[in-house]
Design a protein around this ligand. Structure first.
Ligand code: NDP
Length: 306
């Protein structure tokens, strides 16, 4: 099939791009992959998305964005993009290995995935105390004790953010130094209620039916000990989902797609990027939605030859 505008990704960036592209009569086709709703669906209530006093269930927010896109005319489909060919025009995109779609413009909104440690107990308590986003979930741990895993800028930023809300924040750092910038290190070290547990790895996240209650750590010298916590936050990095595009689309060293200034334009004319796949810094649903809007407006201009 042929489409004027193909949107890849079913998170806030993709759905918002679909809403705007539909209203601009671009008849967009959106592929939402195997995790409709994207990263947000791994959290519970969202209290910082404007317009929802009292908060909104993350899954409901995403299914409403999707419904709005469909209502306005977007053709939302399930399928994983397995290959692209941006050498030919219209651009060729392969879905689930077999279906080929030809698109005059493409909006990449494939997002990013947080890295996890890979522990069984971590999987078990995901959404029940295990989180990869302090800004999203920190509020639920006010005046409680939590831990942040990682020693990079993200971990330091999340630890200082949580320190403003929580009673105590442990940082679980696997080496005897932080990877973070000097300024962030200073900020962490000057925050009274952050305690860094050096040379420590997590063996197990502990919990019961109410959720996370602690973590079992092992220090480099072999000592095993438990800490009591209610929240376990991962901050060991993210993977932008950009691999299949990198033959054509320029990325930075970490794989984030590079866009031109404040626009969503990539180095390939007619190919745009929105949301976390091009944003290593803010990673918030509201920013992803806003950049999805920009991508649809940019695609509209491109298709009109403006
Ligand atoms: P980083 O890759 O910089 O840091 C990851 C951290 O997690 C490191 O301390 C690493 O340890 C640790 N880690 C990785 N895997 C494991 C594991 N399996 N178990 C335990 N610990 C682990 O990722 P960030 O997300 O922090 O930052 C990504 C980029 O974004 C960086 O360039 C950063 O500077 C930038 N950034 C900038 C910000 C700012 O300027 N305000 C804010 C946030 C990010 P080790 O050091 O031992 O490898």
């Amino acid at each position: 099939m042929n489409t004027k505008c193909l949107i890849i990704g079913g998170g806030p960036a993709g759905y918002t791009a679909a809403i705007y592209a539909s209203r601009a009569a671009l008849d967009p086709v959106l592929y939402e992959g195997m995790e409709p709703g994207g990263q947000l669906t791994t959290t519970t209530t969202i209290e910082n998305f404007p317009g929802f006093p009292g908060g909104i269930d993350a899954n409901k927010l995403m299914s409403d964005m999707r419904a709005q896109a469909v209502e306005l005319g977007a053709d939302v489909r399930t399928g994983t993009i397995t290959a692209v060919d941006f050498d030919q025009k219209p651009y060729k995109v392969t879905v689930d290995v077999t279906t080929e779609i030809f698109a005059d413009s493409v909006i990449i909104a494939t997002g990013a995935t947080a890295k996890y440690l890979g522990l069984e107990s971590e999987r078990k308590f995901r959404g029940l105390g295990v989180s990869a986003c302090a800004t999203c979930d920190g509020f639920f741990y006010r005046r409680k004790d939590v831990a942040v895993v990682g020693g990079g800028d993200t971990a330091c930023e999340e630890a200082t953010y949580l320190a403003g809300l929580c009673k105590k924040v442990y940082m679980i750092v696997r080496r005897d130094e932080l990877r973070a910038s000097q300024a962030m290190q200073e900020r962490v070290k000057n925050t009274e209620n952050i305690e860094i547990l050096w040379n420590c790895n997590t063996q197990e996240v502990l919990g019961d039916e109410s959720g996370v209650t602690g973590a079992r750590l092992i220090r480099k010298d072999g000592e095993v000990f438990d800490i009591k916590i209610d929240g376990f936050f991962l901050a060991i990095g993210h993977h932008p989902v950009s691999d299949i595009f990198t033959k054509w689309v320029k990325t930075d060293d970490l794989g984030y797609i590079i866009t031109d200034g404040v626009s969503s334009r990539t180095n390939v004319p007619g190919v745009f990027a929105a949301g976390d796949v091009q944003d290593p810094h803010y990673r918030q649903a509201i920013n992803a939605a806003a950049s999805g809007c920009r991508a649809a407006l940019d695609a509209e201009k491109y298709l009109k030859g403006i």
